[in-house]
Design a protein around this ligand. Structure first.
Ligand SMILES: Nc1ncnc2c1ncn2[C@@H]1O[C@H](COP(=O)(O)OP(=O)(O)O)[C@@H](O)[C@H]1O
Ligand SMILES: [Mg+2]
Length: 618
């Protein structure tokens, strides 16, 4: 149809769609370029800069990339506010608008010249991420005005309006609104294997409403772990989910089974429909697993996609469910290791938090209370990881008159009221909405998160994986950050010698996992998750938003790390204190290489290094 003859509503829809595509493409390109430079797949030293334009020669292709408005920061953080074009000898410029197009152009010039099938696989992952991000942005175009209608009358700031509104579960709404995806991954929205309809029906950023079917697992084929004193999973489940338990018992009876021989096992709807019937056909035939009709719990997903909230409740435990799909980077199953270690780590961390009174109140944790996993007849954990569950306490239960939990990832999302990052609302409420207020807010924020994480790390050897998606920041009545609420112990790392020196022990599920005898793997986790992906990303966001030089934030962060160390001097082992202080403030930092990992299709950590961004130049 001729565009001029289109009805007005169609034209609106077209321009909204074009806007979403443009925004998503730009986000994808930004993450991709950042990863390319950060991982030394492209070299910033080769850039030839002429004012706002930068040229990057590529060998052996004899080609050039031309960037307009490219800025690269201290940790290889990248912004681009102009066009990117590809020049090849004898050909005119070719505009590059997507991450996958960029990869396809430059692949022959990447180190090691990746194989065509590796490039092709990554191109697909990048395109899938882009498609899903477009869907997400389209949905937000109508979701934002709804939030303005619902909460606008309550307060000028969305966060305050939500807190004051009487909404049953503000933290969950913020998680769903704040699901932007990992800040470093070029494939931050990839969900390979789902149709667009399925993406919308299952993902948090569309406020998906799920039916989580309850299967029955033969009790003798299940391993159960508790953090508390409970002894029976069936009793615990019946007490925690009485109605669902009733439906499950009825369904078992209707199937002619005796409930006493079985345990209820919630399944992710994707898993129940598409994975389990085939993958566990033999186990079903053997009578170890029963897929029941008419027994389900309604649930809605958190930022992680596969951890879901029963009935959107602010009190019931969250359920972390295996989903045998590649989401962002890896298959999101729940390993027997996590089902066992979650409760075990919860016991350890609870002891530490109690003993230390949360290090002056700056640390609290979200308990992983119950884990269940299938015992594969051949002892194969790689099968068992598809049939497991971890029940985690509800972070909203931590809300008090004084404290209010905010998922850290949501601070990076735009406010539906103003279109500015949500963190600016906290800045405005707590410190004043200007550059000085932002720095003051950041100082308080960094002191809180560093107090929590560096105390655990130096005194007990615990490195939380407290990145944006695994962290809540608790604010007080004045919206000042006062506590880190850490969740997800699946990838937490412990320095064994430090824990033992503190008089505590942790039995690892398997040697070589969770507990490490050397410093680096534990420190890498702290630096990558807590500092780079969380605190530093927040600093960069505030610096950008308030138009204030990054250097100011690096200075504040360095001071706060120094202060956190000073507070722990005398308590931490002196040689550990020295070594870690030097590692954090002077030596190179690790840089996790997500793009290299995807190019070589591995989920094992690949790390490069970066110059220490906190190091003061002499
Ligand atoms: N801001 C973010 N930072 C990190 N991961 C994020 C972010 N937003 C969404 N995610 C997604 O969260 C998922 C990780 O959650 P996961 O650790 O599996 O569950 P849980 O934290 O509930 O145990 C990944 O797929 C990742 O892409
Ligand atoms: Mg997580």
């Amino acid at each position: 149809m001729n565009a001029l003859l289109k009805p007005i509503s169609d034209t609106h829809a077209d321009s909204d769609a074009a806007l979403a595509l443009a925004q998503a493409s730009r986000r994808g390109l930004q993450r991709m370029l950042q990863a390319l430079f950060r991982e030394h797949l492209l070299h910033r030293e080769h850039l030839i800069v002429e004012g706002r334009v930068a040229w990057l020669p590529l060998w052996p292709q004899q080609a050039m990339l031309r960037f307009e408005g490219l800025q690269l920061g201290r940790i290889g953080d990248c912004r681009i506010d102009g066009t990117i074009a590809w020049f090849r000898s004898g050909q005119g410029p070719q505009p590059i608008t997507t991450a996958s197009a960029l990869l396809a152009c430059i692949a022959p010039s990447l180190p090691g010249q990746p194989a065509a099938e590796d490039v092709q696989r990554l191109v697909q992952e990048l395109d899938n991420s882009l498609d899903n991000d477009v869907l997400c942005l389209r949905y937000r175009q109508s979701w934002a005005p709804q939030l303005v209608d619902s909460f606008g009358p309550v307060h000028e700031h969305f966060i305050a309006a939500l807190r004051l509104s009487g909404h049953a579960n503000p933290a969950l709404l913020l998680e769903q609104w704040g699901t932007l995806g990992h800040p470093w991954h070029p494939t931050f929205k990839t969900k390979l294997g789902l149709s667009q309809e399925e993406v919308k029906a299952l993902s948090p950023e569309f406020q998906a409403q799920l039916d989580v079917p309850l299967a029955a697992l033969r009790a003798t084929r299940a391993q159960v772990a508790f953090a508390g004193d409970e002894t029976g999973y069936r009793t615990w489940f019946a007490r925690t989910f009485p109605q669902a338990w009733g439906r499950w018992e009825n369904a078992l009876r209707a199937a002619g089974e005796e409930a006493a021989a079985w345990l209820p096992l919630p399944l992710h709807p994707y898993q129940a429909a598409r994975q389990i019937p085939q993958q566990f056909a033999a186990d079903i035939a053997r009578g170890d697993l029963l897929l029941l009709q008419d027994a389900a719990i309604a649930a809605t997903p958190t930022m992680s996609f596969r951890t879901v909230v029963p009935e959107g409740s602010p009190a019931l435990p969250h359920m972390k469910l295996p989903v045998s799909l590649r989401l962002t980077s890896v298959q999101r199953t729940v390993s027997p290791k996590s089902a066992v270690m979650g409760p075990r780590l919860t016991r350890l961390l609870r002891t530490i938090v109690e003993r230390e009174a949360g290090f002056g109140g700056v640390l609290d944790i979200v308990h992983e209370d119950v884990g269940v996993h299938y015992i594969d007849p051949d002892g194969n954990d790689d099968r068992a990881r598809h049939l497991a569950i971890l029940y985690r306490a509800n972070p909203m239960a931590k809300r008090t008159l004084e404290l209010f939990p905010i998922p850290v990832g949501s601070l990076f999302a735009d406010s539906p009221f103003s279109g500015r990052p949500l963190v600016t609302e906290l800045v405005a409420l707590a410190c004043g909405d200007d550059a000085a207020g932002a720095v003051a807010f950041f100082r308080r924020y960094a002191a809180t998160v560093l107090g929590a994480t560096l105390s655990s790390y130096l005194l007990y050897g615990i490195a939380f994986e407290a990145h944006q998606q695994n962290s809540f920041i608790m604010v007080n009545e004045r919206y000042e950050p006062v506590q880190l609420l850490a969740r997800d112990f699946g990838d937490l790392r412990v320095h064994g010698p430090t824990l033992r020196a503190a008089g505590l022990t942790l039995e690892a599920y398997r040697p070589g996992h969770t507990v490490y005898e050397t410093d680096e793997p534990v420190r890498d986790k702290l630096l990558h998750a807590v500092l780079l992906c969380h605190v530093v990303e927040l600093a960069l966001l505030l610096s950008r938003t308030y138009g204030h030089p990054q250097a100011r934030y690096w200075g504040v962060l360095r001071q706060e790390v120094e202060l956190a160390f000073e507070r722990l001097r005398g308590r931490a082992d002196p040689s550990r204190w020295e070594t870690e202080r030097r590692a954090l403030l002077e030596e190179d930092w690790p840089a996790k290489s997500f793009l290299r990992m995807r190019l070589s299709d591995t989920s094992d950590d690949v790390h490069g290094t970066m110059p220490n961004p906190l190091k003061t130049t002499p």
